[in-house]
Design a protein around this ligand. Structure first.
Ligand SMILES: Cc1ncc(COP(=O)(O)O)c(C=O)c1O
Length: 374
C-alpha cells in the first residue's frame, strides 16, 4: 500500500528546531524580543506600518471586534463560507452575523452582496481571502462605503492583490499561523493595520491592559510596577512561537512557489474531468497563496468520494461547513438561503496541498481522482 498523503503538513526543518531551542536556552521564553522581531519582519513583508502578534487569529478577531465596539443590536456582514471562528466571535459579542453569498467558482464574497445586505446597523464588513485567493478589495471597499472593513487574511500569507500584499491597504487585517496555514507558529496570529492609535489600543488589550511589556519590566534595575486604565485580555504570543514564525516567514517565497506549482499541476491535469469543478481564478492581477485546493464534486456524492480517497490512502478536508447551516445559527437566526453557498456546501472537498508534497504524490492524487470520477 502507498504511504498516506495528508491534506496538509507543516513545512518545518532543522532551522525551526534550532531557533526554538535557542529561545528555550535563552532564559526568556514568553513574549519578548523574538516577538518584536517577528512583528517587524511581518509588517515589512506585508507592507504595512504596524503588526501585532497574538495567540491566534481568533484572538485577533476578538480584540478587533471588541475595540470596534461591536455588540448587541449591531450587524456584521461576512460570508457564510468561512471558518466558524469569525461567526462565533460576532455572535459571542452579541451582534448578528449577516451572511453574504460567495461566487461559486472562486468562493470569494460577492461585493454586490454587501450592497444588498448593509444597513444602518452594519458595524463591520469581514471579507475572507478564501483559500489564499484575494477578495476583490476595490469593489468591496466601494460597496462598504464608510463601514469599517476587517480583512480575514487567515489564508492569505503570500497573497497579493493588484501588486500589493493583503493587509497593506490600511484596513485592519488578521492572519493565522495555525499548523494548516502557509506558515505556522503552532498556534498564533498577526493583526496588521496602518492606524497607529488602533494598534496601540490593541497592544494594550492583548496583555491585560498593561502599558509596558513584561520582558521590559523584568529587566535589570527595571521598574516592575504597572497601571491599568482599561482591563485587557491575555492573547500574547510567546517567543518560542515567534522564533518559529521568523524562520517560517523567511521561507515564504519558496512555500508560495511550491504551492502554486502543485495547484498548476492539479488545474492542468483535472480540467477535462467532467465530474468535478476546479477552483476559479480571479481575473484581476494577483498572487494566489494556494492555502487550500478546494474541488467541487458533481458526479458522485461526497461521502463516496471521501471513502474512495481514504481507500487509496489520501487525506482530505472540508473547508468549510457553511456557517449559516450550523445548529446554533439556525436556532438563533432561522433558516437562511444562499444559493451559491448552499450548492458549494454539499460539494466541496479540500485535496492535499503542502510544500513538501512531491510531484509523484501530486500525480498519485490526480490518478486516483481521475479513476474515481472519470
Ligand atoms: C477563514 C479563517 N478565519 C479565521 C481563522 C482562525 O484562525 P486561528 O485558528 O488562528 O484562530 C481560520 C483558521 O483557523 C480561518 O480559516
Amino acid at each position: 500500500m502507498n504511504e498516506f498523503i495528508p491534506m496538509s503538513r507543516p513545512y518545518l526543518g532543522d532551522e525551526e528546531i534550532e531557533a526554538v531551542s535557542e529561545v528555550l536556552r535563552s532564559g526568556w521564553i514568553t513574549t519578548g524580543p523574538k516577538c518584536s522581531e517577528f512583528e517587524k519582519m511581518f509588517a515589512e513583508f506585508v507592507g504595512t506600518p504596524y503588526a501585532l502578534s497574538v495567540s491566534s487569529g481568533t484572538a485577533g478577531m476578538h480584540l478587533v471586534l471588541k475595540l470596534m465596539g461591536v455588540g448587541p443590536g449591531d450587524e456584521v456582514v461576512t460570508p457564510s463560507m468561512t471558518f466558524a471562528s469569525t461567526v462565533n466571535q460576532i455572535t459571542l459579542a452579541g451582534a448578528r452575523p449577516v451572511f453574504a453569498d460567495v461566487d461559486y467558482d472562486t468562493m470569494l464574497i460577492k461585493p454586490e452582496e454587501i450592497d444588498r445586505l448593509k444597513s444602518t446597523k452594519t458595524k463591520a464588513v469581514i471579507p475572507v481571502h478564501f483559500a489564499g485567493a484575494p477578495a476583490d478589495m476595490d469593489a468591496i471597499e466601494q460597496a462598504s462605503g464608510d463601514i469599517p472593513i476587517i480583512e480575514d487574511a487567515a489564508h492569505a500569507i503570500g497573497t497579493t492583490y493588484k501588486g500589493a500584499h493583503i493587509g497593506s491597504r490600511g484596513n485592519v487585517s488578521i492572519f493565522s499561523f495555525h499548523p494548516i496555514k502557509n506558515i505556522t507558529t503552532a498556534e498564533g496570529g498577526m493583526v496588521t493595520s496602518s492606524d497607529e492609535t488602533m494598534m496601540k489600543q490593541l497592544r494594550l488589550m492583548r496583555f491585560h491592559g498593561i502599558e509596558r511589556d513584561a520582558w521590559k519590566r523584568y529587566g535589570k534595575a527595571s521598574d516592575p510596577g504597572y497601571d491599568i486604565k482599561e482591563p485587557g485580555f491575555k492573547y500574547n504570543m510567546p517567543d518560542i512561537q515567534a522564533a518559529l514564525g521568523l524562520v517560517q516567514l523567511s521561507k515564504i517565497d519558496d512555500i508560495t512557489k511550491r504551492r502554486n506549482r502543485i495547484a498548476e499541476m492539479y488545474l492542468d491535469s483535472l480540467s477535462d474531468l467532467e465530474g468535478v469543478d476546479l477552483p476559479g481564478i480571479p481575473t484581476y492581477p494577483h498572487t494566489h497563496a494556494w492555502h487550500l485546493f478546494v474541488v467541487k464534486i458533481k458526479s458522485m456524492d461526497r461521502e463516496s468520494f471521501m471513502r474512495a480517497l481514504a481507500d487509496n490512502n489520501i487525506g482530505y478536508g472540508l473547508h468549510f461547513p457553511a456557517c449559516h447551516r450550523l445548529s446554533y445559527i439556525r436556532e438563533r437566526f432561522g433558516d437562511i438561503h444562499l444559493p451559491e453557498t448552499d450548492t458549494l456546501a454539499d460539494r466541496i472537498l479540500s485535496i492535499p496541498i503542502y510544500p513538501a508534497m512531491s510531484d509523484e504524490q501530486v500525480y498519485r492524487v490526480i490518478d486516483v481522482i481521475k479513476r474515481v470520477l472519470g
